[in-house]
Design a protein. Structure first.
Ligand code: ZN
Ligand code: ZN
Length: 596
């Protein structure tokens, strides 16, 4: 995108007076705007055909001029010329209806020029609309890759803003004056932002490698950000705890936690809240009162999750819970792409195209792949929430940083320590079994075979987890050899028939499924026992052990279930997992949540 830099003497009666430097991608719009504000002429840098810089260069130049204007005086910058606003306007007038329609459609969006141009019915002179929107404060014109020093003033403020509860500002290294940052995904540093020659910039132009799959974000690329109006949560007033409980059919543990979260919503200002709910606690129901509150004050709510299947599962439940609201679902390959809804359900990957859009963000399964440990996705999710919006994190196994922040009182949170059915979580038992590689080619160890037999006899279905995909076929073979009459299947992330196999496991056509952590979440069957082979493996951390164990005892009909850590060694992760599960059970007992 090309742009020009111009200066203007602001009428003291209008904008407080003084000299201002501006960037424009459509000078006609600026001329019309300043003409209405009483200015007669603009001082446009460059002359004739050489006026236009790349958008990145123009933005940097403007920032430099603004920073130094006190020292150099107003228009005392050579190389420009005065042009009358009437001449620049060239008879252009804004179509207000179209403008309104487009700016409201773009509210909360962060779109590349190519994405904008792909939208249906975009007016021919959209660049002028965008420029007008920027002057009005309804849109922001950003260039895709910023030099870090542009952000350094913000970085100095970052600490203070954090203290005020403003999050999502991931500007680091206040005294670093080098390097670039991608505005869309927040990537920094030379390795993620290589520099290539660009005709528009007439020289080196960094672009972002990290989010290249969604279109190239360059130093000179136009990113249009729509400014969304925020809401005040306190305005709705308290709806009352018992009302919430009855309306959404919550257990007392769910209702207490939802009540905590609602009180957090009512507090002024933005911030984060952790809803730490054990596996099978019924997280979805607890989201509903929060979403309800956001809608009640006219806000926009986002429910985001790393996994597409969760989006698809949530959609009918959310639609049923809020029949009046417009619900939009976004995931890779979804049909709805540019629609705006009161409720948006999306995979975290879709959030790169939003910025400061939502008053409430509920982020589910923050510890799940691929969200956990992906700084770009974290940046996108936090960026999708308004600065004064509410960010609610959901997890059964929160990452260490969050647990620590919660236990130190730095992160408001609520624990849901009991399952919906009010029975304690099954505590894993240890089964001494030699390492898989020692018996994978021969026969099932006796202790394991006997435990599997007990589970089959009690009519359970079995999850058998292994640490790596290559181990699946061997374990399936050994189990088939030991239990020839039992239907057994194996599946992994590499298996094209995974969907069908999971379906037949759900339908009890398969009694045993051998798999990896890919099935640690999501699949719930009524009567289940869980076997984790090589539970000592470094490939399982405490969180995934808790998640896998959480497959057992989900339903009220069979609330206990057996969980076995089949391991050759007793490791820290296994101990941690058991300690966490027991701690939640103890808390549930203490709070009187357990079924008598
Ligand atoms: Zn990027
Ligand atoms: Zn360029």
């Amino acid at each position: 995108m090309r742009a020009v830099v111009y200066g203007v003497e602001v009428d003291p009666a209008v904008g407080g007076g003084g000299w201002r430097w501006c960037v424009s991608v459509a000078l006609e719009a600026d001329a019309a705007w300043w003409s209405a504000a009483g200015a007669r002429r603009l001082y446009v840098l460059g002359s004739g055909g050489s006026r236009r810089l790349s958008l990145g260069q123009a933005a940097e130049l403007r920032a430099g001029l603004e920073a130094s204007r006190r020292r150099f005086g107003s228009a005392a910058v050579p190389g420009g010329s005065w042009v009358g606003v009437e001449e620049l306007c060239a008879g252009w007038a804004l179509d207000r209806g179209e403008y309104e329609r487009w700016t409201s459609r773009l509210a909360g969006r962060l779109l590349l020029r190519e994405e904008l141009e792909a939208m249906d019915g975009l007016p021919e002179d959209w660049v002028r609309f965008v420029q007008w929107g920027a002057l009005m404060g309804r849109l922001r014109i950003r260039h895709g890759v910023e030099r870090m020093r542009e952000a350094s003033a913000l970085a100095r403020l970052a600490g203070r803003l954090e203290g005020m509860g403003v999050h999502g500002l991931r500007v680091r290294g206040g005294d670093r004056w080098e390097g670039y940052r991608c505005v869309r995904c927040g990537s920094e540093g030379r390795s993620l932002l290589p520099v290539s020659e660009c005709a528009l910039c007439g020289g080196p132009c960094p672009y972002c490698e990290a989010c290249l799959g969604m279109g190239r974000v360059r130093y000179c690329a136009l990113l249009v950000q729509g400014v969304a109006a925020g809401v005040e949560f306190a305005a709705a007033g308290a709806l009352g705890g018992s009302g919430v409980r009855a309306r959404w059919g919550l257990s007392s543990a769910q209702a207490d936690a939802a009540g905590e979260a609602l009180r957090f919503l009512e507090r002024p200002g933005g911030g984060k809240f952790l809803l730490w709910a054990v596996t099978g606690a019924g997280k979805t129901e607890m989201m509903f009162p929060l979403v309800e509150r956001a809608l009640a004050v006219g806000g926009r709510a986002l429910v985001a999750t790393p996994r597409k299947d969760v989006v698809l599962e949530l959609m009918p439940r959310v639609k049923a819970a809020f029949p009046e609201a417009r619900v939009v679902t976004l995931y890779g390959g979804s049909e709805e792409r540019w629609e705006a809804g009161a409720i948006t359900i999306a995979t975290t990957h879709q959030l790169f195209r939003f910025r400061e859009a939502f008053d409430l963000v509920v982020l589910d399964e923050i510890d799940a792949f691929p969200y956990h440990g992906d700084p770009q996705l974290t940046y996108a999710a936090e960026g999708a929430c308004r600065h004064d919006g509410k960010f609610v994190l959901l997890s059964a196994t929160p990452p260490t940083e969050l647990r620590r922040a919660a236990s130190r009182g730095k992160l408001p949170h609520a624990k849901v320590c009991v399952r919906f059915h009010g029975r304690p979580l099954p505590v894993p038992q240890r089964l001494g079994v030699p390492p898989l590689r020692r018996w994978a080619d021969s026969a099932l160890p006796r202790s394991l075979r006997e435990a599997v037999e007990v589970s089959l006899r009690r009519g359970a279905q079995l999850f058998v987890f292994v640490p790596w995909i290559a181990a699946i076929p061997g374990v399936v073979r050994l189990l088939e050899g030991a239990f020839p009459d039992v239907p057994i299947g194996g599946t992994s992330s590499k298996d094209e028939e995974r969907g069908e196999k999971v379906l037949s496991f759900r339908g009890r056509e398969l009694r045993i499924i051998v798999t990896t952590t890919i099935l640690e979440r999501g699949v719930t069957v009524p009567r289940t026992d869980v076997f984790i082979l090589d539970a000592h493996s470094g490939l399982f951390d405490g969180a995934s052990l808790v998640q896998m164990a959480g497959r057992a005892g989900r339903k009220a009909e069979d609330p206990s279930g057996n969980v076995y850590f089949c391991s050759a060694e007793w490791t820290k992760s296994q101990k941690e997992a058991i300690r966490d599960i027991k701690a939640m059970n103890d808390l549930a007992r203490k709070r009187g949540y357990l079924f008598p």
